[in-house]
Write a new protein. Structure first.
Length: 333
């Protein structure tokens, strides 16, 4: 209490690139299903707020179209490793050519999880849409394809995505590009250590929105284990369940460099396009600013002196390692 919080600096960097706040847009596929402008509206909103957008490989706007819509926006590409490695290679090359600053490789989707609504709906894209990063109908998830009674997306993943990928494929990807590579979908400390060992530049702690394996832990609960495992050698990010400013405060206090937001962005996009996305980001920014002020902090790095309890109990990394010999402040969750 009684600290000067009139001026609060929310800016930080992600993989060496400056952002106005530690709140970025996560990879959400097929955004034109929510709004006609889809990913183009989202990247424009990110440009306006000075933050980054993680573009899904399964976007309904192409890598090139998104770059042209937001040339000054910070952009990264989310990547699956396809059975046809040439497809994967060309996605990476196009991202490099169009000024994307990193590759986030998804590691938790050898197959698609049981998404019962998608099965009941026999999910596929509307007839006017396709995944625009691919030329052929089978890879573009064309609505012309017959997927039978199953989820079309589950059938697509089984057909196109390589379920045999291993750390050897991560080595291949590392040799392929000089861009920073982040592993998206890690939930265990031992996997995080392997990622560091194989030369990756970051970890995105993610449970794929809880849609892959039902019952996996919340990302906020495993975050301290991941932070401890990487020992400060790479940047750690978090997605999943970020809905308000105090969620962001907790994630950063537990060691995340930034958070990525998915569903709320789509809600804003569906409601009002670019303005809706911008409104969601501004609300989160304002709430995070207020949470910082009420915690007596003026810069994000100061949050690491907060003492957190998470839903599984007191975070052991901060209790046993990070806070030894340091002055701590209690902040209940």
């Amino acid at each position: 209490m009684l600290r000067n919080v009139a001026e609060i600096d929310l800016s930080t960097s992600v993989l060496g690139q400056k952002v106005s706040m530690p709140i970025c847009v996560g990879a959400t596929a097929m955004q034109c299903m929510a709004h006609v402008d889809g990913e183009l509206a989202t990247v424009r909103a990110c440009r306006s707020l000075g933050t980054g957008m993680l573009l899904s490989s399964w976007a309904t706007s192409s890598i090139e179209e998104v770059a042209e819509a937001g040339p000054e926006a910070l952009r990264w590409l989310q990547l699956y490793i396809y059975k046809d490695r040439e497809v994967t290679k060309q996605l990476v090359r196009r991202a490099e050519w169009m000024g994307y600053k990193a590759i986030f490789v998804t590691v938790d989707t050898p197959y698609l999880g049981n998404r019962f609504d998608d099965v009941r709906n026999r999910f596929k894209l509307p007839p006017q849409l396709r995944m625009k990063n691919f030329e052929t109908n089978d890879l573009a998830f064309s609505p012309k394809e017959n997927f039978g009674d199953n989820s079309g997306l589950a059938a697509y993943v089984a057909k196109a995505i390589d379920p045999s990928i291993s750390w050897e494929d991560i080595k291949w990807l590392r040799r392929l590009t000089s861009l920073p590579i982040v592993a998206k979908g890690i939930l265990r400390g031992d996997d995080a250590r392997e990622a560091v060992k194989h030369g990756l530049d970051g970890i995105l702690v993610s449970n794929h929105g809880g849609r892959q394996l039902d019952g996996v832990p919340a990302t906020i609960d495993v975050l301290p284990e991941i932070v401890e495992a990487v020992e400060g050698k790479v940047e750690v990010f978090l997605d999943g369940g970020v809905r308000k400013g105090t969620d962001i405060l907790k994630a950063l206090a537990l060691g995340a460099k930034a958070v990525f937001v998915g569903r709320p962005i789509i809600w804003g996009l569906a409601l009002q396009g670019e303005k809706g996305v911008q409104d969601v980001l501004e609300i989160l920014k304002e709430e995070f600013w207020l949470a910082m002020a009420l915690s007596g902090k003026t810069w994000y790095s100061h949050l690491q002196l907060l003492f957190f309890w998470v839903s599984l109990g007191q975070a052991p990394w901060w209790r046993e390692v990070n806070l030894k010999g340091k002055r701590m402040e209690s902040f209940g969750v």
